[in-house]
Write a protein that binds this ligand. Structure first.
Ligand code: PPE
Length: 309
């Protein structure tokens, strides 16, 4: 059954193939045990034509995620970067989402399998506003989740590891069931960590604060971009721990991610944040981020990989 996400091609193990042929075997180790890694990347049809946003940084993180699992990628970073661009171009996509996936194939069975073939796939699809058109403009409603962000004692929160996303899916489903748009997860010490697929920022007294990398968070590339853009604008940025009370006292709260871009949070657990609408700093950073991604900031042209489609 065709879906709105359907595109003709995917990239598999080094070449573009018809999407229907890009399948994962039933007994692939990753399907059963979650031992695999992925990325999420966006391409924008900006001022200078289509371009991928911070492609190399995403592919470098894919490699680091794999290394955390002792998986060595069978392709060089350049080859994976080229694969991302090729599959976008083959699909005639001037903008959209790119999902590289590194999976462990069938071979030996059971938890102890260590030398099964490592395979790499790249899918693309058109993806609109992840948290809704309205959310981007007016802000979303979030819940502080009773699901805690997995700890670095047992997991690898710095890696974008397939199986770890059960943690996020559980929190996201609980939030949706309670009527919220998104979940905010605390770490095991009770400090704010991040949302299910986004990093989190608060604004208080004109200062931007986000949980430090020492917490069990993904080191988001959008997080890094927003911090850099804020500093360009002369906004003070601090990486500092804070708890739930600081969320509720914030003038503004927003989330950052490749899929979510910059999305304001207008309400948490039924309490209004600031004046209950997108705040001025959020709006400014949102605009700045989209300027950078769409090739309207010459000083950030280095973040873009242009391509022909
Ligand atoms: N934290 C988590 C847990 C996370 O999954 C993401 C990305 C981020 C933070 C933000 O990272 P970055 O994209 O580099 O700014 N989440 C991806 C997955 C979304 C999905 O539903 O799947 C994404 O945004 O692509």
């Amino acid at each position: 059954m065709p879906t709105a996400f359907q595109v003709p091609f995917a990239w598999l193990d080094g070449a573009c193939v018809p999407a229907a042929q890009a399948t994962v075997p039933l007994m692939a180790m990753t399907v059963h045990y979650g031992i695999g890694v992925f990325e999420g990347i966006r391409a924008y049809d900006g001022r200078g034509g289509p371009a991928v946003f911070r492609l190399r940084e995403h592919v470098d993180r894919l490699r680091r995620s794999a290394a955390l699992l002792r998986i060595e990628l069978p392709f060089a970073a350049d080859e994976i970067c080229r694969g991302c661009v090729d599959v976008l171009a083959r699909n005639g996509m001037r903008a959209g989402y790119v999902r590289p996936l590194v999976f462990v194939d069938d071979g030996k069975r059971g938890l102890g399998a260590a030398n099964n073939r490592i395979r790499v796939a790249i899918a693309t699809w058109p993806w609109g506003r992840y948290l809704g058109d309205e959310g981007v403009e007016h802000g979303i409603r979030a819940q502080v989740s009773s699901i805690v962000r997995m700890s670095a004692r047992s997991f690898l929160p710095k890696g974008k590891v397939c199986g770890q996303y059960v943690n996020s899916v559980l929190a996201k489903r609980a939030a949706a069931a309670a009527g919220y748009d998104e979940a905010i997860l605390l770490d095991e010490d009770g400090y704010v960590a991040e949302a299910t697929g986004e990093n989190l920022f608060v604004v208080r007294g004109g200062v931007l604060v986000t949980p430090p990398r020492s917490q069990p968070i993904l080191e988001g590339i959008t997080r890094d971009s927003v911090m850099a853009l804020a500093r360009d604008l002369g906004i003070e940025v601090r990486e500092q721990r804070f708890a739930r009370d600081a969320l509720l006292l914030a003038d503004e709260v927003f989330l950052t991610g490749t899929a979510a871009e910059v999305t304001p949070v207008r309400e948490i657990d039924g309490q209004r944040i600031g004046n209950g609408a997108r705040g001025p700093a959020t709006e400014r950073l949102q605009a700045r981020f989209l300027d950078a991604a769409n090739g309207r900031l010459p000083e950030r042209a280095g973040w873009l990989t242009p391509y022909e489609a």
